[in-house]
Design a binder for this molecule. Structure first.
Ligand code: G3H
Ligand code: ZN
Length: 284
């Protein structure tokens, strides 16, 4: 099996995207891994700070390792870790990748903190993703109102160039018009900004807030050079809706492996669809 770095290099060259899906339960992880394996693509699974607390960092590492030992191309990312200390903790626990997210700090603070994480991670061959420009929403949820994106939140190309060069990150996550979660208005991606960033930077580019982005925009952003796409809310919705309807339909059922079967399948179906959309199938 190739390394995570190899898969990103391959994706960058061949213009497809490694998917990133968040999980917080074993059946979600099982569904993601099985689906990715069935379409023959690599997958990055992630736990946010709260998901890490819920699952346990050591436990998430052990679970992902157990699939890899079976020859499955799955890797673990610490997603949106907002402090240097916590990012180091994830590295020590054995995560394959950390997303140090200091995007809501000042440029200088972000630069210094990200650089420190890169230095620490390099010794252990852990990949680092840094963020510059910020997504206005942090929560993965459905917003009943429209969400406006302030001009100042978008990534500026010259700053991105300096940030990537000085920090030495493996992956870079800019803000190009997505939000975390799904708003009443459809996100309008700045595809020209995506192209300018891809042109100016020679690192893997990451799109956060993939839920709610149209299939067309997703294809365009991948064609422009983004090769890592994060999806969380859509997966949570698929899981939660199926779980609620299943429990309603089988109120007497007490065996979790019975009532969690359909939610697990719903997650797997969505993962397969997204991987095909990202051209991340049949790439192993
Ligand atoms: O880090 C996770 C993501 O960026 C997912 O965003 O919940 O909008 O799909 P999403
Ligand atoms: Zn994100």
């Amino acid at each position: 099996m190739e390394t995570l770095k190899d898969y990103f290099t391959k994706a960058q060259k061949e213009k497809w995207a490694v998917p990133h899906f968040n999980f917080s339960t074993l059946e979600q992880l099982n569904a993601i891994v099985e689906a990715a394996h069935s379409v023959k693509g690599p997958v990055l699974v992630g736990t946010s700070e709260n998901e890490s607390k819920f699952v346990g960092m050591q436990q998430a590492v052990a679970l992902v390792k157990s699939y890899r030992e079976q020859g499955i191309a799955v890797f673990l990312n610490a997603d949106h870790f907002r402090s240097v200390e916590l990012a180091k903790e994830a590295i020590d626990a054995g995560y394959d990748s950390v997303n140090i997210d200091l995007s809501k700090e000042s440029f200088e603070k972000n630069l210094v903190g990200t650089k420190e994480v890169v230095k620490y991670a390099k010794k252990k061959k852990v990949q680092v993703e840094g963020e510059l420009g910020y997504l206005v929403t942090d929560s993965s949820k459905i917003y009943s109102e429209e969400v406006a994106i302030p001009e100042e939140s978008y990534t500026k190309v010259p700053e991105a160039v300096r940030f990537v060069k000085e920090t030495g990150v493996d992956r870079f996550s800019p803000a190009i018009g997505t939000i975390h979660g799904i708003a009443a208005n459809t996100p309008r991606l700045r595809l020209n900004l995506a192209e300018q960033l891809a042109e100016a930077l020679n690192v893997s580019l990451v799109l956060h807030g993939g839920s709610g982005v149209s299939d067309d925009d997703m294809k365009r952003v991948i064609a422009s050079g983004f090769n890592n796409i994060h999806i969380s809310t859509e997966l949570r919705i698929a899981y939660g809706e199926k779980l609620r309807s299943t429990l309603k339909n089988m109120p007497e059922e007490v065996a979790p492996y019975k009532y969690l079967k359909a939610p697990r399948e719903a997650v797997g179906d969505l993962v397969r669809d997204k991987m095909k959309l990202f051209s991340a199938s049949n790439v192993l």
